[in-house]
Ligand binder design. Sequence first.
Ligand SMILES: Cc1cc2nc3c(=O)[nH]c(=O)nc-3n(C[C@H](O)[C@H](O)[C@H](O)COP(=O)(O)OP(=O)(O)OC[C@H]3O[C@@H](n4cnc5c(N)ncnc54)[C@H](O)[C@@H]3O)c2cc1C
Length: 456
Amino acid sequence: MIDNLAKEIAARIGKSKVTTAPEDLVCYSYDCSMYSGKPDIVVRVESKTDVIHVLKIASQKQVPVIARGAATSNCGAVIPTNGGIILDMLGMSKIIEIDMDNFIAVCEPGVITAHLQAEVEKRGLFYPPDPQGLSMSTIGGNVATGAGGPRAIKYGTTRDYILGLETVLADGEVLKTGGKVVKDVSGYNLTQLLIGSEGTLGVFTEIILKLIPLPETKRTLLCIFNTLEDASVAVTEILHHKVIPSMMELLDKTSTQLIQMYMDAGYPTDAEAILLIEVDGSNEDVEDQVVIVKKVCESCKARSIKIARTKEEEEAIWAGRKAGFAALSAYKPVVIPEDATVPRNLLPEMMRKVQDIAKKYDVLLPTFGHAGDGNVHPHICINPRHADELDKVNKIKEEIYREALNLGGTITGEHGVGIVKKELAKKQHSKRSLTIMTAIKKAFDPNNILNPGKAF
Ligand SMILES: Cc1cc2nc3c(=O)[nH]c(=O)nc-3n(C[C@H](O)[C@H](O)[C@H](O)COP(=O)(O)OP(=O)(O)OC[C@H]3O[C@@H](n4cnc5c(N)ncnc54)[C@H](O)[C@@H]3O)c2cc1C
């Protein structure tokens, strides 16, 4: 059956785009989670028409279809759990238009996020969403996961920059939602419903994005604190003093120690917490913001404050944060990034709970957080060859997310649900919410062929 299906697809869209070679299928069996699963067929689509043909055939035969960007998902969102067709979207990587009058970009889903950012910045425009895998991840994947990053505190996440989508539905029909307008209140907002749908409602083939003017300049501060509480009070106080930093990242002591073991980022290894803060805006405004942030941190008992004076110093401060995952991976072979979000003022409480869990299970749980938006990333660092360490993983996860939900938070701020958090999603959402979500899924994809078994 698979051979016939592959032949039928190849006949429609071209043989060179379709593969069932075992070595190819293995390569498409993984993402950045601990899960794996082999597809039956991989199709490297190059156009909307290719996507339409594949979905028409797949829906007739009721075969699962999983859209795949760069496979940087941390939650198994692109793992074929029951075979089927992987749609590799990387061949649809054109930036179709950068509209300088309306501050809008239109692109195909396979465009790499950092590439889009660089192209618009050359023209003095700015696409702020900055998931940390942005040099690899695609805009389509970012939209499908509602990706966010450190700049969320000031600029929001991917969701806030999507004005319209062209989506191929399960039966191969094309749905256009939104458009080049910044205001539109007619009907239900299907564009926002599709954002974060993890490939379960349709396959994006064109994306309309909002751009803003590129800030004139930016400055970085490294603020060192003796307690998590002092750092957290500083976060709130900075906002009360009417400064919204473009990034405000909190790292705990374990993280800074492991990063310093890996590279010299200039972080202290004996401080309970450090805040990395970036402010941006006009030249004059940025100078004022630096003065205010410095004063506030001093009044919140910062032990020391370093203000980067050159681009090199600024890059060195952020290099440590960016290398965080690599630093932890150098220390333990498997690093599982968790992703809870709590109300911002409860961030230190959440980080304390994580430290308690680390002590209880005798594991390292280095934690970085987007201090500005309450999103914490405890990283479970284990050696899977040690059965006792592996056994603890699920218990640790359960405790982290129980604490997050008890604090009024969520089981995922940005990575998504995929297969990794499906059971946890049931704990977060009421039965009624899940019933409504199931009905929405049925309306879009009655035969459940689009990325089945993911998201909720
Ligand atoms: C080192 C590292 C750092 C990371 N940091 C962050 C971070 O700071 N913030 C954050 O949010 N995430 C982060 N992530 C997770 C990941 O990068 C994001 O979820 C990203 O948005 C996934 O993009 P992708 O192109 O790799 O998509 P994939 O992983 O390929 O797919 C993700 C989901 O999108 C769906 N999808 C992909 N393309 C389409 C399409 N065209 N139409 C419909 N559905 C589609 C897939 O089916 C899947 O459900 C990080 C991952 C790594 C490895």
